[in-house]
Design a protein around this ligand. Structure first.
Ligand code: ZN
Length: 249
């Protein structure tokens, strides 16, 4: 039975390593996609700014076109002024010209406003583009590192699984389900050392009779409290053997 305990010890170690690898197997892809998402959202917000700039440029072009159309019509109307015969017509056209000029100065004011907005936006876009570029190179490097580490984890995972299979073959088939059950229940801790009639897994007392059974270890014994499989360290075991030899001798 001591051999079986050794197999369990080895199995427990392998399972501990496997569970660490499994954590990495989900952790690295998560880290990678988190960085990719951040990059994606930065790109999206930059795209939104660029679209906004396109809109502003459209408004600017419309204003510019409107202004030059108005200027043309002012020129035409001003030329017409010389051909007008009556004072009334002259006044009416003059009024029209003044109105268009007023409209144009409104447009010019709006145009300045739009140009200011575009300038501000262009500055923001330039800053964010620069930021994104450095972010991208930094993140791509990190992603590359994570991918390498993930590959390493993947490479060592399968051999570990095979190693477990081999160890399991050396285990009494009846013990395996018990082992798996305790493994799940106790977060990877299956074995506990029994010392001075105490389970070092949960620090509860072990009844004397049970403790003696652990010393001789003719069957698998679980701690009555935490259900871990109990065994004694060699030292304790040999001390006990010496004692019993002393008693019999
Ligand atoms: Zn216990």
């Amino acid at each position: 039975m001591r051999e079986q305990i050794l197999v369990l010890e080895a199995l427990q170690q392998i399972d501990l390593e496997l569970s660490k690898l499994e954590v990495h197997l989900t952790e690295y892809p998560n880290k990678i996609s988190a960085l990719e998402e951040k990059l994606e959202s930065s790109k999206e917000s930059l795209l939104i700014l660029n679209n906004k700039k396109e809109e502003l440029i459209k408004v600017r072009t419309e204003l510019e076109n409107g202004i030059s159309l108005n200027e043309e019509s002012i020129k035409k109307s001003e030329a017409k002024l010389f051909e007008i015969k009556t004072h009334k017509e002259y006044q009416a056209l003059q009024k029209e010209i003044t109105e268009i000029k007023r409209l144009n100065s409104d447009h010019e004011e709006k145009l300045l406003n739009e140009m200011e907005k575009i300038e501000k936006l262009e500055k923001e876009i330039a800053e964010k583009t620069e930021k994104l570029a450095s972010m991208e190179s930094e993140y791509q490097e990190k992603i590359g590192e994570y991918q390498l580490e993930l590959e390493e984890v993947k490479t060592s995972y399968e051999p570990k699984v095979q190693e477990k299979k081999q160890r399991v073959q050396a285990l009494n088939p009846e013990i395996l389900p018990l082992y798996e059950k305790i493994l799940k229940k106790n977060n990877g801790e299956v074995l506990a050392i029994a010392k001075n009639e105490v389970c070092t897994g949960c620090y509860m007392n072990i009844p004397a009779q049970l403790f003696n059974e652990i010393l001789t270890l003719t069957r698998i014994i679980q701690c009555p409290s935490c259900l871990k499989i109990l065994y004694c360290e060699d030292e304790e075991n040999s001390k006990n053997e010496e004692n019993s030899e002393a008693k019999t001798g």
